[in-house]
Design a protein around this ligand. Structure first.
Ligand SMILES: [Zn+2]
Ligand SMILES: [Zn+2]
Length: 330
């Protein structure tokens, strides 16, 4: 045997021992596990150590899928995942203690919530008696549900509007809902969208039937405002509502054509002309026959919701309902 050949044999043996064998063993393990997941026996005897399915051999009899075993295994892994998530939650709560979304004070340990006791009691939920159409709450219980003056004067285009909480019209910087909305919209804290959306979805659940709705449409922002804020608050809220109620969301159907002056600085009379013609349905988007849920942060005069509804109905939508986090009250 020549020296060159001898060296080659030694090199081959070294390659086999050091590199190929471990790779081979790893491959067998991985493929074997995958095969077991598929419900087949991965290895048969000593001869065919490769998964039979991958080689297309018939030496292995296809066995019935072990459903119970798989189910127990998936239950087991789900239990581990759940435990891991709970431990991670505890660690995160210790490192970053949960704070009230309104006053930012530390929340006491206990069931997970996003508002402290004091803010929770100060935020007044919208409840009956209220206007059957626009959801304006009345002060006295004896008044009962009826149409408000504004709706009697001019019927809104949407079929119903509801909100989670009363939003004070007077500038009260200490009001918890005002604080959280201000930080969400003008402080650009996008993380507040999730708790606000969840609270709204939970509180307004009795007012709506998700089986009567096809799609969520957030009130759009003008591109310039969107660039400044970095997000559309209505999209974040609508996404949470969609998750909670099992509804899809499409933020691209309705667009804002013109940049209007902020509604907050305008009187109730000026609001309607301010948003007139500001919205449009995007070309090649179809809302024909759809029952839509329009989502926004605050309902004040209903001018924005009305204008969006008018545009959507003109494009063939069957019905538009409105959901907002807050409802301005005097
Ligand atoms: Zn608080
Ligand atoms: Zn009304």
């Amino acid at each position: 045997m020549g020296a060159a050949l001898k060296n080659r044999i030694i090199a081959n043996n070294t390659f086999n021992t050091l590199l190929w064998k471990p790779i081979h063993r790893l491959l067998l393990k991985v493929l074997g596990r995958r095969n077991q997941k598929e419900g087949h026996r991965g290895f048969v005897g000593r001869r065919s150590r490769w998964p039979v399915r991958s080689l297309g051999l018939k030496t292995c009899r296809k066995e019935p899928i072990q459903e119970n075993v798989d189910r127990n295994r998936s239950r087991g892994s789900a239990r581990w995942r759940c435990l891991a998530a709970r431990i991670l939650d505890k660690v995160l709560d210790t490192v970053f203690p949960p704070c009230c979304i309104a006053c930012e004070n530390r929340l006491p340990a206990g069931p997970s919530r996003c508002l402290c006791e004091s803010c929770d009691t100060r935020i007044e939920s919208v409840r009956a008696p209220l206007c059957r159409l626009c959801g304006r709450p009345y002060r006295h219980e004896w008044q009962g549900d009826h149409l408000c003056g504004a709706c009697l004067l001019q019927l809104p285009s949407f079929s119903v509007a509801r909100s989670w909480a009363c939003y004070p019209r007077e500038p009260d910087p200490s009001h918890p809902l005002r604080q959280v909305i201000q930080r969400f919209k003008y402080g650009r804290q996008a993380s507040l969208g999730q708790p606000l959306g969840r609270l709204t979805a939970q509180a307004c659940r009795p007012w709506f039937r998700s089986s009567d709705l096809d799609l969520i449409i957030p009130v759009p922002l003008h591109s310039r405002r969107l660039r400044w804020r970095g997000f559309n608050q209505a999209v974040l809220l609508g996404r949470e509502v969609g998750k909670a109620w099992g509804l899809p969301l499409d933020p691209f159907i309705l667009t804002r054509k013109t940049e209007t002056a902020p509604q907050t600085g305008l009187s109730l009379k000026e609001r309607r002309p301010n948003v007139r013609g500001a919205f449009a349905v995007a070309p090649r988007r179809n809302v024909e026959g759809m029952r839509l849920l329009l989502v926004d942060d605050i309902y004040t005069s209903g001018a924005t919701a009305n204008e969006c509804t008018r545009v959507l109905l003109r494009s063939g939508a069957r019905e538009v309902q409105v959901l907002t986090v807050g409802r301005t009250v005097s």
